[in-house]
Structure formats: structure tokens, C-alpha cells
Ligand binder design. Structure first.
Ligand code: MTE
Ligand code: CO
Length: 432
């Protein structure tokens, strides 16, 4: 029997094909399916959380000044940075990892954004802060913190990825959790002065082609950066996510080098020297190269290529419910532009479906993606694949190894696979 009517919806468009009755039946059927899958519980034993007045409704809550600067509620105490103790000899020159498996959206709260220090996080006050610009400039300058605050400033969101992120995974699937395989990344909204403005204030001489940037910590973390990049989009930042930088992220001032390796984002920035060539002898250049299969090394591989990872489900974020609706979500980013598309595979890369981006990809910033799935309860080989605004497609592990071998540490941007079992638990694996 044909049951076709015309309906005019609120926005005035005509909907053909379903009568009100037909619509109701479908909705109810879908509702029933969701209830069956555990999304809604209308029947069964009375739930005391609904029927009884609970203890928290029988007295007062905390007054407004209980925590002048709030921390996450204690129920969330496992959402913290973690390290891998065997990776480094001590915690001073070490790294920890952002709990990306437990976060959503794109902004990383500073309190759980990974840290990487070569000689520990130092305490430097705004009063003691100085930034010097010298070398091939018309007027060498020294800025105080207050000086920096008087230049026109900008606010922009960027990801910072350590070049070593995913570096333990070259030879095989090793660390069991997105936090550990992909957590050397964070994404913050920075406020600061374009480095270009300060360099123009000092006046770069025509021979100036490079800058050398260093921090006030014992390691100084000195790096050479082409002047072109310095004049393009680098920021001398003093705020992150609206508030002062945390000590561990470079308080009071850090350099932001959008899309480039995290090691160039000098914390506790104290000096910018302009020169006509890179200062290779001053740097740990041997550390930041990518050794290829034939023994030769790539150097100056500053840009972070497009990459993505499913953050949930993942080993630290297993599926805790049975078959039915399942939100698959993750992060994608590219140092060469914005994320144009993310695909998700449930079968280890044999077939792909397009994921939904939470918001259009932003230049050199994290993009959140969702894939709304109805899980049949069978095991999956979950993968995500990022495609950026240059058309670059994130490579498989096999493709990347064919070009890069397995001797590198840095720049592993391959597709990650999580084996999700029927139990809902997930494991870090490789597919051939
Ligand atoms: N800057 C200074 N002064 N000292 C450092 O040890 N580590 C670098 C970079 N800038 C470092 C530094 C490295 S290797 C990385 S990945 C990033 O800072 C990490 O920044 P974060 O600690 O804010 O995550
Ligand atoms: Co690093």
C-alpha cells in the first residue's frame, strides 16, 4: 500500500514520501533499537538514582571560594600525563604523554599537555624575563615582559607535535595506548606577538637569512630557523588557552613555530640571533635527523606531515557496552595546512568510509573527527587516515617503511591500527 503524503517542515521545505504515521512508526522502531542496545532504560526495576533523593541533594554544596583556581573533580584523577619509565634515564631530561584517549574536542588543557624538557622545567619570573635580539640587525634590542605586552598581539590555535611522537613504533607495535603512541602532541590557543614584528623593530640586515633561537634553561635548546619561517607565522607567545603559560610549557614566554617539529618551539625564550647561515655546530643536529635504510640521513625535516589517530575506542579507552551505537573518534593534523578529510576503516584498511569533522579543518591545528557507527559486536581492525589541504594522504606503515626503513626515531606519521576485540578491549597491532 502506498502511504505517500506531503509534509511541510518548519523551514518551509517540502518532505515527500513519509506520512506522519509512517514517521512515528520509524522513530519508535529506532527508539526501540536504541533501548535494546542499552542507550535508554525505560523499563525494569526502579532505579534509586531516579526514585530516591540522593545525599548530594540533602545538604549544601561547596561555596564559591572552595577552590580559587579549580582542578578537575577527583573522579577524573586518571586523566593525567603519564611517562614510560624505561624510555629515559631520569625525569629531568625526559618526556611524558598527553592523555588523548580521554579528551575530546581539540584544545588540550595545559595541565595535561605533554612535557618535554632537556634540562628540567625552570622557574623564571616576568620581572626577571628578558628577550634579546642581536646579530645581523640594525639595532640590537632587549625586551622586558612588559615591553612585549605593548606590541599588537594575535591569538591563534596550533598543534605542537614532538618529532619523536610515535617514534617507538617504527620496528613494531609497541606501546599499548594512544596516549603513549601518539600523546607527544598538544593543541593550544596562543596569544602573543608575531616574531616578525619584533624582528622588524630591530631591523634585519639584507644579509640576514637565518635566526638562532635559544631558551633560558641550562640546555638552552638552541635551534636554527630560516628567516622566511620566522617572518611568516612564528609567535612570541605569553598566553595559552587564555591564561599565562604554565611553567612546564615555558612561562613566561615561548616561541610558537606552527606546523614544525616541537623541538623548535623554544621555551623560556631568551635570545633571537640573526645570521647569514645556520649554526649547525651549536645544535644537536645529529639527534634530529632521520636515518634511512641505506645509512644516509635526512636533515632539516622540520614540517610535521599529516597524521591521525583514533583516540576512542583504543587500548586505554575500551568499549564498555555491547553491540549497537558506538562513537568512534580521533584527532587529525597536518603541519602543511589544514585537514580536508579523514577516513575510517573497520577492516584494517581494506575499505574506508568518510568520517565527520567536528568543525572545518584549521590551519596547522588539531581537527576532531567522529564516525557514528552501529557496532555488530564483532572484532574490528580500526584505522584512520588523514588527507590534508595539499592532497597528501597519510601513508600506511608498510608504505612509510618502504621509504624510510626502520632505523628512524622521528617523523613516524603512519596509519595506526587498533585491534578491537568482541570483548570491547583494544590492542596496538600492525596489519600487513
Ligand atoms: N625549549 C627549551 N628551552 N628547552 C627544552 O628542553 N624542549 C623542546 C621544545 N622546546 C625544550 C624546548 C622539545 S623537544 C619539545 S617536543 C617541546 O619543547 C615540548 O614542549 P612542551 O613541553 O610544552 O610540550
Ligand atoms: Co621534542
Amino acid at each position: 500500500m502506498k502511504d505517500e503524503t506531503k509534509e511541510v517542515s518548519m523551514d518551509g521545505t517540502e518532505r515527500k514520501g513519509t506520512s506522519r504515521r509512517g514517521f512515528l512508526t520509524t522513530t519508535l522502531a529506532a527508539g526501540g533499537a536504541l533501548a535494546g542496545a542499552g542507550l535508554a532504560r525505560a523499563q525494569g526495576a526502579p532505579d534509586p538514582l531516579i526514585t530516591e533523593v540522593q545525599s548530594w541533594a540533602q545538604g549544601w554544596g561547596d561555596g564559591v571560594d572552595a577552590t580559587p583556581y579549580g582542578l578537575p573533580i577527583h573522579y577524573e584523577s586518571d586523566v593525567v600525563r603519564r611517562n614510560v619509565s624505561w624510555l629515559t634515564a631520569d625525569a629531568i631530561s625526559s618526556i611524558n604523554f598527553t592523555p588523548i584517549h580521554a579528551l575530546d574536542g581539540t584544545i588540550t588543557p595545559q595541565g595535561c599537555a605533554f612535557e618535554r624538557h632537556h634540562s628540567g622545567a625552570i622557574e623564571l619570573s616576568k620581572a626577571d624575563y628578558r628577550l634579546m635580539i642581536n646579530g645581523l640587525v640594525d639595532t640590537p634590542l632587549v625586551f622586558t615582559y612588559e615591553d612585549l605586552e605593548r606590541f599588537p598581539r594575535v591569538t591563534r590555535t596550533f598543534f605542537l607535535e614532538c618529532a619523536a611522537n610515535t617514534g617507538m613504533e617504527w620496528a613494531g607495535a609497541q606501546l599499548n595506548g594512544a596516549q603513549f603512541t601518539h600523546g607527544m602532541i598538544h593543541n593550544m590557543e596562543y596569544t602573543g606577538v608575531p616574531l616578525r614584528t619584533l624582528l622588524e623593530e630591530a631591523g634585519v640586515k639584507p644579509e640576514g637569512k637565518w635566526i638562532y633561537v635559544e631558551g633560558a634553561d641550562a640546555s638552552s635548546n638552541g635551534r636554527s630557523i630560516p628567516l622566511e619561517k620566522a617572518m611568516d607565522d612564528c609567535l612570541v607567545a605569553f598566553k595559552a588557552n587564555g591564561e599565562a603559560l604554565r611553567k612546564e610549557h615555558g612561562y613566561p614566554v615561548r616561541l610558537v613555530v606552527p606546523g614544525w617539529e616541537g623541538n623548535m618551539w623554544v621555551k623560556w625564550l631568551r635570545r633571537v640571533e640573526v645570521g647569514d647561515q645556520p649554526w649547525e655546530s651549536r645544535e644537536e643536529t645529529s639527534k634530529y635527523t632521520d636515518t634511512l635504510e641505506d645509512g644516509t640521513s635526512r636533515k632539516w625535516t622540520w614540517v610535521m606531515d599529516a597524521k591521525s589517530v583514533i583516540t576512542s575506542p583504543s587500548p586505554q579507552s575500551p568499549i564498555k557496552h555491547g553491540p549497537g551505537p558506538l562513537v568512534i573518534t580521533g584527532l587529525a593534523w597536518s603541519g602543511r595546512g589544514s585537514i580536508a578529510r579523514v577516513d575510517v576503516s573497520l577492516d584494517g584498511g581494506k575499505t574506508w568510509k568518510e568520517a565527520r569533522l567536528a568543525a572545518p579543518g584549521q590551519d596547522k591545528a588539531l581537527t576532531r573527527f567522529y564516525f557514528d557507527h552501529v557496532w555488530d559486536g564483532s572484532e574490528m581492525l580500526l584505522q584512520s587516515r588523514a588527507i590534508d589541504s595539499t592532497g597528501y594522504v597519510q601513508p600506511t606503515k608498510t608504505e612509510l617503511r618502504a621509504f624510510r626503513g626502520v632505523n628512524s626515531i622521528y617523523h613516524n606519521n603512519c596509519i595506526q591500527t587498533w585491534w578491537v576485540k568482541a570483548s570491547g578491549e583494544a590492542e596496538n597491532v600492525e596489519v600487513s
